[in-house]
Structures are given as C-alpha cells and as structure tokens.
Design a binder for this molecule. Structure first.
Ligand code: TXA
Ligand code: MG
Length: 343
C-alpha cells in the first residue's frame, strides 16, 4: 500500500477522480476533517468502515454542495426541515430526514430508514463536492475512538500505511471550529438534538425553534438509540485524561499538579493564564488553549491539543474543564467523553 497522497486546491481534480473511482479522500470542513467517499457506492463505503474500524450500526453523514441535492434521496421535506436548512446551511448543523425507500444502501444509514445530511461551510469541501455529481459520506476522518482530526497531519497520522487514498489540505492549518456538527432530528414540530456540537440549543431557540436535547441516557430510555454514535467511546488519546473541573484557583491547580507529578509525567492542556502559573519542572509538555475566555479558540484547539500531547512523553494528560454554559457545551461534551477521571 502507498502512503496517502496530499492533495491541494491545485490538485483537487485528482482528488475528485480518486473519489469517482471508489477511493477514499479525507477532506476539510469547517468543523473537522471528514473521510470522503462516494455515498452512492457501497463498495467505497465498506472501505470507509474498514479504514476507520467503525461499528457497522453507526450511520454516516452525507455531505452535499447545495440543499437541492437532497431531493432524490428524501421522502418529505417538512417546513421544519426547510426552516433549519434556510437558517443554518451551509454550516455545522446535520439534519436527519426520512429517506426515500432504498435511496442509499443500508451500509450508509446503519440500516435506518432515516438519513443525515449536511452542507459544509468550507470552500475546499464545497469545491471537492463540485468535482462530481454524487454526494460524499464524511464521518470524522479519525480512526474510531480517537479525537477527530482538525489538520491534514492528524489524518496522515491515523492512516500512515495508505488505508486511504489521500487527504485534501485545508486553506488554514486547523479547521475553523474544531469539534463536530450538531446533529438534529426535526420531528412533530420540535427539534431534537441527538449530538451537541457547535450550534447550541440557544442558537436554535433564538431562531424560534422548540428544542429538546436528548442525552445518550434519554435516547436509551426512549427504547432506541436514535444516534448510534453517542454510545461509543470517543475522542480518546492513548494516555488517561484527567479533567480538572471548573472552577479551580491557581493554588488548587498547583496542588493537583504537584500531587500527580509524584507518579506521572504530566502533559497539560489549558489556557495561557493557567499555563504561565504552573511549575514547569513538574510538567513534561503543554498545549495552549489560547487566551483565557476565548472559547472559540479553546474549542478549535481541543482535539489538536489532545493529539499533540499524546505524541509527547506524558503518561497522563491533565485538561482544563470550563464552566457549563451554552457556549461551552460542545467543548465540555467532547472533553468529558475523552476523560477517564474528573478532579
Ligand atoms: O462535523 C461533522 O459532523 C463531521 C464533519 C466531517 O462533517 N462529521 C462527523 O461524522 O462528525 P461522524 O460519522 O463522526 O458522526 C456522525 C454522527 C454519529 O453520531 C451518527 O450516529 C449520527 O451522526 N448519525 C448519522 N446518521 C444518522 C441517522 N440517520 N440517524 C441518527 N444519527 C445519525
Ligand atoms: Mg466521529
């Protein structure tokens, strides 16, 4: 097997050709990198599941370049669906539709009668979608269980041996948002959030939608996991992650670090205001979440930080928890899932 090819804007045609031949090409979106394949080619999709090591009941998101592209595949576009698409596409909102019978192979939808669509807000992704007439599946381009990739280097790191054909480079070093889209199921006049993400419940409510967030427990209690992805382990680096719950004073931070450094080599993921106050002799590596309170930057750097610290000599990763607010919800949801301990 050959190493994956790194495609750029200039060689996007070749990336499109690889996809049309049933190949796998990872591509950037505004959230994280997706592992692209022709959504109408079951053989190609099979390779996506194999490359990722993904459980077969976990359905894929289908990416389109224009809201009209969903028409051949869906039964009914309700006015609620229309309103969501109008307000949030292109953008980090994945919307679930009732699928036209047999429109996609069951391998795409995990055997469900519904299908999830998203129109990404990233010019490189849209240009790639424009190369062919078929839509692209795009699960996050990490190996199953790992933090989602936010740079092309992250993708190469997960598929060093050519399990995928290539990766298309973003126009920036890191993707803009850094965590995945919000997955919603519009049903009976309500918008159910199946996976929290960049778009908050508050943002949906502000546009006039009635919103219910369904936690994995809610989904279990309702008798069916509506969004199978939420039940699997996620976002985990090799080392155990210790989440430092908000709020902690610098004094408390120092105490925790001193205690843990007796038995462990510590990598710290925190904002500048915390990093500059810690004793560097007790720490082997750090990754900055940016300036204190810059939640956009914290979110953008979260997965990148977990991946960077994973590559260091650290035996544990200590990560800064944020206050639970609407704006911080996506960050905290991902960090909590990545964590083994909360202090
Ligand atoms: O931001 C994102 O959404 C990224 C970028 C690449 O677009 N993609 C992504 O895909 O995060 P993935 O496969 O890692 O996560 C897809 C999530 C899973 O939790 C899956 O269970 C859910 O969407 N999902 C997909 N189709 C569904 C369906 N028909 N019904 C319910 N949940 C679905
Ligand atoms: Mg994923």
């Amino acid at each position: 097997m050959n190493k994956p090819i790194v495609f750029t804007k200039e060689s996007i045609k070749q990336a499109g050709e690889a996809l049309s031949k049933g190949g796998l090409v990872a591509f950037p979106t505004e959230t994280v990198y997706g592992l692209g394949a022709d959504a109408t080619n079951p053989q190609a999709i099979k390779k996506v599941f194999e490359a990722k090591g993904r459980p077969s009941d976990n359905p894929l998101i289908v990416h389109i370049k224009d809201p009209k592209d969903i028409e051949p595949y869906v039964n009914e576009v309700t006015s609620l669906h229309h309103q969501l698409m109008n307000q949030f596409w292109p953008g980090p909102l994945t919307i679930i539709f009732e699928m036209k019978n047999g429109a996609f192979d069951p391998i795409v939808t995990g055997g469900k009668s519904t299908v999830a669509f998203r129109m990404p807000d990233n010019e490189v992704a849209l240009a790639l979608l424009n190369e062919n007439s078929f839509p692209l599946v795009g699960p996050s381009a990490n190996k199953s269980g790992k933090p989602s990739p936010t740079s092309y280097e992250h993708v190469l790191n997960d598929y060093p041996k050519g399990e995928i054909d290539g990766v298309l480079k973003n126009s920036e070093p890191l993707t803009k948002i850094g965590i995945e889209s919000t997955v919603v199921y519009p049903k009976k006049g309500q918008v159910f959030i199946l996976r929290p993400g960049n778009i908050t419940a508050q943002q949906l409510e502000d546009k006039g939608f009635t919103v219910t967030e369904m936690t994995p427990d809610d989904q279990l209690e309702s008798g069916q996991i509506l969004s199978p992805g939420v039940k699997y382990t996620h976002y985990s680096p090799e080392q155990p992650v210790y989440l430092i719950a908000y709020p902690k004073t610098i004094k408390e931070w120092r105490k925790v670090i001193t205690q843990l450094s007796k038995d462990e080599k510590i990598g710290v993921l925190a904002d500048e205001s915390i990093l500059k106050e810690l004793d560097t002799n007790q720490i082997v590596s750090t990754y900055s979440l940016g300036q204190k309170g810059d939640i956009k930057e914290h979110t953008r750097r979260l997965f990148s930080g977990l991946r960077a610290l994973e590559q260091t000599k650290a035996t544990i990763i200590v990560a800064q928890g944020l206050k639970e607010t609407q704006e911080n919800h996506g960050f905290m949801n991902r960090l909590t899932k990545a964590s083994n301990f909360v202090l």
